[in-house]
Ligand binder design. Sequence first.
Ligand SMILES: Nc1ncnc2c1ncn2[C@@H]1O[C@H](COP(=O)(O)OP(=O)(O)OP(=O)(O)O)[C@@H](O)[C@H]1O
Length: 258
Amino acid sequence: MDVATKSLTGQGIALSFGGIEVLKGLDVEFRAGEITGLIGPNGAGKTSLFNCLTGAYHPQKGAISYAGHSLEGLPPAARAQKGIVRSFQHVALSPDLTVLENVMIGVARNYHSGWLHAFLPTVRGRHEKAEMRADAERALAELGLAKAADKMPSELPPGMLRLVEIARAIVGRPAVLMLDEPAAGLNNSETRDLMRSLSALASPDLVMVVVEHDMDLVMSICDRIYVLNFGAFVACGTPAEVRSNEEVVRIYLGSDDD
Ligand SMILES: Nc1ncnc2c1ncn2[C@@H]1O[C@H](COP(=O)(O)OP(=O)(O)OP(=O)(O)O)[C@@H](O)[C@H]1O
């Protein structure tokens, strides 16, 4: 399939809670091969849009599709099965598993019998566990975390925990990777490491979407940026275009964000 057609698209996405319109008929296209930023002040609707795309929220109106196929009615697990995965604002690793084991959980969708089977004492189980382990080691290495594989999450600083969570998201070789505030809680040097890692992940087949308040990160790593305010897009373009957009400047100068 042509890379250009492997987009995650939304048309006319409208979402309301108790009569309050949170998303006002959004048209959006997240393209493979690009890192797309989604920015806007607190409460603009960024996470709600993420939740509609991943299937956690059901918009009252609109159509969402990946690579031309409708995702309507599919719950989050079915969308993850299709390779649409997300990270969360708060790191959610299991404290009782090693870093490697945490990442192995993310690869289970690629295997016939899943995570549990890999731990059963069968030949197939042993074989699948070895393959999952190799996949997880590769994902950790891709993010520069090979040495942390056998550590427990409690032994790692926040910046590395965030990268472990991203390793868990990429280990199954997703088609769409959606990152919700990946730099939240990181210091400057951890954020710089994260930026390098995210840029290195970009590939022609992968749709990457980043919701983030850190403007340096967004402006540095994104190819295109959508700006959301009160549930509607006020701008979309390259970082340079967005930075010089008068409406965007007005929104950001008039808010407490960055
Ligand atoms: N489950 C829900 N029930 C009711 N209102 C909701 C729900 N989820 C989101 N909202 C409302 O939708 C609006 C958009 O919230 P959302 O979290 O999507 O914004 P955001 O841009 O992600 O904000 P932030 O940058 O603070 O995370 C807010 O007014 C919020 O209160």
